[in-house]
Every structure is written in structure tokens, then in C-alpha cells.
Design a protein. Sequence first.
Length: 451
Amino acid sequence: MGIAEEEIAKFENSNCEENKVFYQAMEEVIYSIAPLLESDPRYTEHAILERLVVPDRIIKFKVSWLDDNNKIQVNTGYRVQFNNALGPYKGGLRFHPTVNEGVLKFLGFEQILKNSLTGLPIGGAKGGSDFNPKGKSDFEVMKFCSAFMTELHKYIGPRIDVPAGDIGVGGREIGYLFGEYKKITSSFDGVLTGKPFFFGGSLMRPEATGYGAVYFTETMLEMEGKEPLTGKVCTVSGAGNVALHAIEKLQQLGAIPVTCTDSRGTIYDARGVDLDLLKDIKLKRRASLEEYIQTHAEAKYIPVSEYPEGGHAVWDIPCYAAFPCATQNELTEIDAQNLIANGCQSVTEGANMPSTPEAIEAIQNHGLCFAPAKAANAGGVAVSEFEMSQNAAMSRWSFEEVDAKLKETMQMICKRVALTAKDYGVEGNYVDGANIAGFKKVADAMIAEGI
Ligand code: NDP
């Protein structure tokens, strides 16, 4: 039994249905860091893995709120404060019906290593609720956010824990959450990031994750001796914050993103996605992507019911580079085989863990570049930390300043990941490089800080 199998065996009991995605994330990290554990016994002696995979605390609370029909609704709220060895807990809030403790543990665990990779002083956390903002009025979303913050405010603070957005939590929700925090505490603190610009947000925070994923890809392609994105057809999944801004940056670079998806279907527009229309549908009207073809009859809409079995229509469309930017496990082994067969050269994870382990294996075995989420989508949390810095100093950075720092950060992460992979004998493997580099920094801090 190798060191990775020995470590994984210690956590078999936690592999229950609810913990499935958490276990998936944990197993990937353990396999990746095996060369590090073998080369330095301190990590095993200090039981770093045993300590790292258990959150510092999980806060779970009831959220009661009144809907527009004056009916009382009850949801569950969570904050998983995972690890603060490197700085205050930091990570987004997700509002989606699929949210449970296991999903938030997976996201929080990934966040520890992602935040470590940025080189910035931030720990890892995640939170959210099974509340579904879809179909709710602005007033209902506000009432839910107020009720959620009534409980959450006890556990957060600018030097304690600084939540941000994620699926279902954008500028509107962050605004309502911040308003309630301020009311309860009478304090105008930088306690949430992703705030609208006019009351303390950073310029470029909305763009940061999508832009960052594209900056990472540019650097990776260059380092791996592949052609740049300019003029190349790209496929993107999702139609939310990350996807919209990945599409925007790809277009700015002269690439041709031809797809987007939501939970109901896929748009394929061979001439290139009409971003203004997409923003109008998703950001202004919060409507279904199906509306895209009302004005663009030449584009194709593929509903979920017509997806290939075990796969996703979007990954069956030929492309040079693919950007999964919607949700976890949305790119399966079948999808990976389709991408490979169609000549795709690079896959970048904009979403958190969008590729299954089997898909990653197939992609890497066929020599495609593969940028894992914890490195490629770290631009969002990096700019969140820039927002914390600006709030603490009561200062404002220009769009160009933030963009330059973001680009520099993404290039730095990419190079560091590639270099770490080389140092540990797995050159070109960005998954292992990211896991080893992210883990090492947190583990060294944990050893230095004692038990
Ligand atoms: P949004 O809520 O803005 O958008 C999510 C998109 O994914 C929507 O188009 C949504 O479709 C689709 N989607 C969500 N769940 C599913 C599902 N179960 N099946 C199919 N489609 C789904 O979220 P973000 O863009 O902010 O986040 C997307 C991903 O990126 C997540 O994995 C998130 O954790 C990750 N991420 C986000 C960061 C950020 O800064 N926002 C930072 C780092 C990672 P529909 O419109 O129908 O709901």
C-alpha cells in the first residue's frame, strides 16, 4: 500500500453519500501530494492531513423568513470555517437547492489550497443555504438575506471571516447581506467582498474569476508551447458570473467563444456568442437561455433532454479550448472523450471541480493542457483580497491597476504550479503542481503554529 492509499484509508468512514464530492476532492489532493509526503516525513508526523480535512468548525443555523404571500418559509444556513493558518477565513456563499454540508465541505476544502496558491494572507471557508433565489422577487431575496445575516453576523468580521459570492449570490445578494450586517453591528466593515463599487466594492471583482481563468490559460498555453487563443474557437459552459466574464475576456483577446449553458440547456452560436444579449437575458431579466434564439434564429438551442447519455451537449462541439464554468462534475469521461476526438487542446476549469476524476485522467493521458479549478479560478478570491486591502486602507484602486495585479497574480500562480510539478517529478501535471504548492504552504504554517 502506498502512502496515498494509507492516508485515504484513514478517511474511509467519511465516504457517505452527503460527503461524496468532499471525498472526491480530498482523494484527488491526497494522491497528488504523495511525492511531498514521501519526501518530507514532517507532514505525516504532524498529522497535517488528519487536521486539514476536518473543518475548524461548521456553523449550521435556521433561516426563517416571510415570502410575498406572508407565508413563513424555513431554510438552512451554513458557514464552514475550514482553516485559518494563512489568514482570516475566506470563501463564498452559495444559495442553491443542492447546498448541504458535504457540498460546502468540498468547496471549503478546495478554497484552502486555492487561497494558499494566490500567495495572499487568506484562509479557507465556504457557506450558503439551500435557499433558491430563482423565481423569488427582489423583496423576498432581501428578506431571506436579512434573516441569513441575523445569524451569520455573529461569526464573521474583517479579521475573522470574510464571505463573498458564489452560485446564486451576486452583487444584489451581497448588497442586502451587507446592509443587514451594518444595521445589526452599526459598523461599516469590509466584512463581505463582492460589494457593489459605490459602497466599498473593488473594481473588477465581478470580472475577476472569468478574466483570471483566461489569463491563466494564456500563460499555460505559452508555457506548454501551444498556440495562443487568438482566432481560436472556444466552448464555455455556464451563463453566470464566471462564464460571462470568461466569454468577455476571450472575445477581447480575439478568440471565438461559441457556447454558453444554463441548467436547462445549451446555446451554440457558431458566429460567436452575442454577449450583450446574453447579459440582457441572464443579468437583467434572469431568464432562460432559450430566449437567445428568439432574436438569433441561426443559433442552436439544445435542451437538457437532448443531451447525449452520460454527457453534456456543450462538450460535443469542436473547439480549441474548453472552459467549464457552471458547476461541479459537469464534464464527464464521455465529454472528455468527445473533446479529445474533436481535437481540443486545452481544458480550463472556471467552475469548482467541474471535471470528474475519470475525465481529468482521460484529458491528461491524451496530452491536452489541463488547468485545475483551484489554480485557474483563483482570480476571484485574489481580487476579493484586493477589496479587503482597499477597505482596510480606505482607498480605491483603478480598473487598470486591479486588472494588472490580477494578470500578474494569475501568471505567477501558473508558473508556480508548473515549476512545482517539475520539482516533484510530474512535469506538465498542473493538478499535482497546484495541490502540492497549495498544500505545502498551509502545512508549513500549521507546523509553525503548533497543534
Ligand atoms: P452563477 O450563479 O453566477 O452562475 C452559475 C451558472 O451555472 C448558471 O448559468 C447556472 O444555470 C449554472 N448552473 C448552476 N448549477 C447548475 C447545475 N446543477 N446544472 C447545470 N447548470 C448549473 O455562479 P458563478 O458563475 O459565480 O459560479 C460558477 C462556478 O464557478 C461555481 O462552481 C462556483 O463555485 C465557481 N466559482 C465562482 C467564483 C466567483 O467569483 N463567482 C469564484 C471561483 C469559483 P441557471 O442560470 O439555470 O441557474
